[in-house]
Write a protein that binds this ligand. Structure first.
Ligand SMILES: [Zn+2]
Length: 475
């Protein structure tokens, strides 16, 4: 690691406060829209560092924005801090060992994601101050990435209107520029209403909402063969109508998660799923209604920013993991299957190395690897402003996201090194955008050209509000 850029020394100098912040967020895992301690921690850090802080942006109590600087371009660094249900796990232990409590855990590494983004923004702030440079650096503390689409709401409410470029990252097995590929998705609750009746004495009087939901699933199963490549349909019963088989279930809600590679394609697929729901209602003489719960767009790439970020990766070199880190990582690798490891290599387009346990390379720029992907609400930010994301090596190679192994590694030395390393990449890329007019101009031009081809339509209907919660009184 060459670490020659002044900003990298600045990141190192202040990093202990931010690895501590990451550990505190790990210690209190909070689910989407419930991240009250996390946002309090992030707001306190922003204030302590001298940012101008706006709390509760876009009407979301667990969202925060901090800004430093005057005039010039506005560069945003995006952080997250929400956890996941069912992924509680003791720190550092390479065997399943949930902690007592509500069962939540940082199985996607968002404790690192938020703290590293805030570390990068703080180092850029220090650099601007030291050199008397014009330009504004912002940190956006974004809640509810896991299924809550908070950034889509933030975009819809105009939180990024005056931003020139956005930078973010995600914990990963490898370090490199994130290939701008994710699926657009929407979650829609379909509720079927029928008529309850005694299932034995008067079944002919009943109209089963449960039958309707099951017929909808049958229809969706037949649709799957005829969807575009890369599209996905998943479902979960929110309310199966009750536990009594001797009652004709009159009220059932089923949630569909519909994904596709592009926003226009998603909208077409949603229409086809709606027709299936309507058909199921007709077949069962029930009534169907729907409620959109969340929606996110696919990621739009930005090649000038991706090239700038890759240059910074090449200049800095890979993270410097040592033998102690490799020993810990090897314990986690032993819990993974070969398929887990192969998937990580395939995704990044890197040849498989059976002996490697931690990343010691920089992934090729935006490699055409295995394009199987999930979704992220960074997608909507990328349609609003030119956006680039890094992947930062914070875990043993092959560790799946949303796993107990990911939670377990969230406070390890190798996770801390990975988050500091990626903060350096984000800070250097932000400085490039703040100081190189040509880079921003090229980034804007490419963004405008892509939007001209496919205009952005917010996938969230105007009537859908973020499902925010009020802070619980301390007990
Ligand atoms: Zn994540």
């Amino acid at each position: 690691m060459r670490n020659s850029h002044e900003i990298w020394g600045r990141v190192d100098a202040i990093s202990p406060d931010f690895t501590d912040l990451s550990d505190r967020i790990w210690d209190k895992p909070e689910l989407a829209y419930d991240e009250f301690s996390a946002v309090t921690e992030h707001s306190a850090m922003l204030k302590a560092q001298g940012f101008r802080v706006t709390e509760g942006i876009a009407g979301i109590p667990t969202a925060v924005m901090g800004e430093y600087g005057e005039d010039g371009p506005v560069i945003a660094i995006l952080g997250e801090y929400d956890a996941l249900p069912g992924l509680s796990q003791a720190a550092g232990l390479a065997r399943p060992s949930p902690l007592p409590g509500p069962g939540t855990g940082h199985g996607c590494g968002h404790n690192l994601l938020g703290a590293s983004a805030l570390l990068a923004a703080t180092a850029v702030k220090d650099y601007l101050k030291a050199h008397g440079l014009k330009g504004r650096i912002r940190y956006y503390g974004c809640p509810a990435e896991e299924g809550g689409a908070a950034k889509t709401f933030l975009v819809r409410e105009g939180a990024f209107t005056d931003v020139d470029a956005a930078i973010s990252w995600h914990p990963s097995s490898f370090s490199g520029v994130n290939a701008p590929f994710s699926l657009a998705n929407t979650r829609i609750d379909f509720t079927f209403e029928g008529k309850a009746a005694h299932a034995a004495a008067a079944p002919h009087l009943g109209r089963s909402a449960l039958d309707a939901a099951e017929l909808m699933n049958v229809g969706a199963n037949y649709l799957r063969e005829h969807m575009p490549q890369g599209a996905r349909l998943h479902y979960a019963y929110i309310d199966a109508g009750g536990t009594a088989p001797n009652v004709v279930q009159s009220n059932v809600t089923i949630r569909y998660l519909i994904r596709s590679e592009t926003l226009p394609e998603l909208m077409e697929l949603v229409e086809r799923v709606r027709k299936i729901a309507t058909g199921a209602a007709m077949m069962t003489e029930t009534h169907v209604s729907e409620k959109v719960v969340s929606a996110v767009s696919n990621l739009m790439g930005n090649s000038p920013l991706e090239a700038a970020m890759h240059r910074n990766f090449e200049n800095l070199g890979p993270p410097q993991f040592d033998d102690a880190d490799r020993k810990v990582a090897a314990e986690f690798v032993a819990t993974l299957t070969k398929e887990d490891k192969l998937a990580a290599y395939r995704r990044m387009g890197i040849p498989y190395d059976p002996d490697a346990v931690l990343c010691d390379l920089i992934a090729p720029p935006c490699a055409e690897g295995d394009m199987s992907a999930g979704s992220t609400d960074v997608g909507d930010v990328s349609w609003a402003v030119p956006t680039v994301q890094a992947r930062g090596a914070t875990c043993a190679i092959g560790t799946p996201l949303h796993s107990w192994q990911m939670t377990a590694q969230g406070k390890t030395a190798h996770a801390h090194k990975g988050m500091i390393h990626t903060a350096k990449i984000m800070a250097a890329t932000a400085l490039d955008a703040l100081t190189d007019d040509m880079l921003l101009e090229q980034a804007r031009a490419e963004h405008a050209a892509r939007l001209a081809e496919t205009p952005y339509i917010c996938p969230l209907p105007a009537t859908v509000k973020p499902p925010v919660r009020r802070k619980q009184a301390a007990t």
